[in-house]
Design a protein around this ligand. Structure first.
Ligand code: NAP
Length: 508
């Protein structure tokens, strides 16, 4: 039986956030036009489309949190809000003529490696296609995590996650519970505190919160950036350089972070005068162990009379009563979960089936691991953008994404050089060697030694998310694909070219 005819592309990219759109631009620049970007939603933007909660903003300055190849001289503030960043990504999709490649409402439900024909068979919500190379750019912050909460189904009020904000629900005058004190929650709290009737914050672990040096970028500065693009580059270089120097304290000398802790405490003391509340809000782990949060409005909001901080995690729901682990109870009308994302257990990993017929999730059961953060053993011609140990604790993820795009570009070049129907699959020893080196360096870092748990660690307590070095080091490590780290697979002679038709993606 001839295999059913499917559209075939050179590359299929999953996701249209910074990673997916960046990949699309890079592919076009490499002369690859035969590709699609598969997006489950009805618009591009990834996490910056999904997170529309009140107060949502980025705490990496926009001149650094943007593509180097798409500078924006007109960023209005040093730190941009979600809407601006989303607009920027829409603009990138237009400027680089990516729209013809983007398939909206096309959630990938399964992607299976066909070892005979050396290609991926990808089932999506809008049909099946095949691709020589599959790039997963779903990102670590795409699938919201809501804790398994006993009794949650008995709650009669409104429940939603920070990344799925229900804008149709009016919080005014309501008794609201905010669960969690991560980067999302600390932006939501001051944004909603004034309008809600009462806010109860369930804090399992207090975060370290530093002041946020946010300001409007003046018209003169923007004019200068437009007239002299080199000034935009210089601004970016300074922002990058500072963070490049800072990272040493996180990765090698966590003891030096005491001074930063004093600054963060001063930030709290300025707004919180009640000693009991100060005690609740003071972290007992080293700063940087969890992501350092930036806010000038979080502590002042907590000091308001309509806010209670319960210094204990939510453990049970009994009707409209929320019960904390320490027994504290609160009656509420709405629950907002600011409880983060499935980072080390990405749902997409369950849908990607490799050469041995097992899923990426199964293969990563003992912990995520990928060669140079990109390619996984047993998954030929498959790459993850923002893969294992490519996250950052203190700088812009866009730098890491662009480094991974260099690797993707060279990967495709190597396939071309090898010629014919060919695939690369990383050698197990190369993946293990890389991972051991990463974990070895991780031992000294604040993320492992700082005395906290965080989403950087997986269920085994292993840090499989953060890169323990500078962005420069990562960029160097991903500049070229070392083919010696891969096995070269060639299609058996009898495996025909298939009956697939070429994707007719034109993006003139
Ligand atoms: P997160 O950092 O994973 O925080 C989840 C929070 O939920 C933690 O405080 C956690 O407490 C808490 N939690 C979990 N179960 C709980 C329970 N039963 N009771 C009470 N609290 C509970 O998630 P996020 O805030 O969405 O942020 C995720 C990442 O997104 C950030 O680290 C950042 O990379 C990114 N982000 C960035 C920005 C920005 O740039 N400003 C804004 C938002 C998000 P524990 O600490 O005890 O685990």
């Amino acid at each position: 039986m001839p295999e059913q005819e499917h559209e075939h592309v050179r590359v299929a990219v999953i996701g249209s956030g910074f990673g997916g759109l960046g990949a699309a631009v890079r592919l076009r620049r490499e002369g690859v036009t035969d590709f699609v970007v598969l997006e489950r939603a009805d618009a591009v933007g990834g996490t910056w489309r999904d997170n529309s909660y009140p107060g949502c903003a980025c705490d990496v300055p926009s001149h650094l949190y943007s593509f180097s190849f798409a500078p924006n001289p007109d960023w209005p503030r040093t730190f941009s809000g979600q809407e601006r960043i989303r607009e920027y990504l829409e603009h990138v999709a237009d400027t680089f003529r990516l729209r013809p490649h983007i398939r909206l409402n096309s959630e990938v439900t399964r992607a299976r490696w066909d070892g005979e024909r050396l290609r991926w068979v990808i089932d999506t919500a809008s049909g099946t296609l095949t691709a020589d190379v599959l790039v997963s750019a779903t990102g670590p912050l795409s699938d919201p995590k809501v804790p398994d909460m006993p009794g949650l189904d008995t709650f009669p009020g409104k429940v939603f996650h920070s990344a799925r904000w229900d804008h149709g629900y009016d919080l005014r005058g309501k008794r609201v519970a905010m669960i969690g004190t991560g980067a999302s929650a600390i932006q939501i709290v001051p944004a909603v505190q004034k309008e809600v009737g009462h806010l109860t914050l369930f804090q399992r672990t207090p975060p370290w919160v530093m002041p946020r040096a946010d300001r409007a970028i003046t018209r003169a500065e923007r004019w200068l950036h437009r007239q002299l693009p080199v000034t935009t580059q210089a601004r970016r270089a300074v922002l990058w350089g500072i963070r490049e120097l800072q990272v040493q304290a996180f990765t090698k000398r966590p003891d030096e972070l005491g001074l930063v802790e004093r600054l963060a405490k001063r930030n709290m003391y300025r707004a919180i005068k009640d000693p009991a509340l100060r005690a609740k809000l003071t972290p007992t782990y080293r700063i940087g162990c969890k992501r350092i949060l930036l806010s000038n409005t979080y502590y002042p909001a907590l000091a308001q009379p309509n806010v209670d901080v319960v210094a204990s995690g939510l453990s049970e729901v009994r009707g409209s009563t929320l019960v904390a682990a320490d027994g504290t109870e609160a009656e509420v009308d709405a629950i907002v979960f600011g409880t983060g994302f499935h980072v080390t257990d990405m749902p997409i990993a369950e849908r990607v089936i490799g050469a041995d017929g097992i899923s990426l999730a199964e293969s990563w059961k003992g912990g995520m691991a990928a060669l140079r953060g990109a390619t996984a053993a047993g998954f030929p011609n498959f790459m993850t953008i923002i893969g294992p140990n490519t996250g950052l604790g203190n700088s812009s993820m866009i730098l890491m994404i662009e480094a991974q795009l260099n690797y993707l570009a060279d990967y495709l070049r190597q396939l071309r050089v090898l010629g014919g129907r060919v695939a690369l699959t990383p050698r197990e020893t190369a993946v293990t060697g890389w991972n051991n080196r990463v974990q070895d360096r991780m031992r000294r870092t604040v993320w492992n030694t700082g005395g906290c748990t965080s989403w950087y660690l997986d269920e085994n307590g292993v840090n499989t998310t953060v890169w323990p070095g500078t962005t420069t080091e990562f960029r160097q490590a991903t500049r070229h694909v070392d083919v010696g780290e891969y096995e070269v697979l060639r299609a058996p002679a009898h495996a025909g070219t298939g009956t697939e038709k070429k994707a007719e993606v034109s993006a003139a």
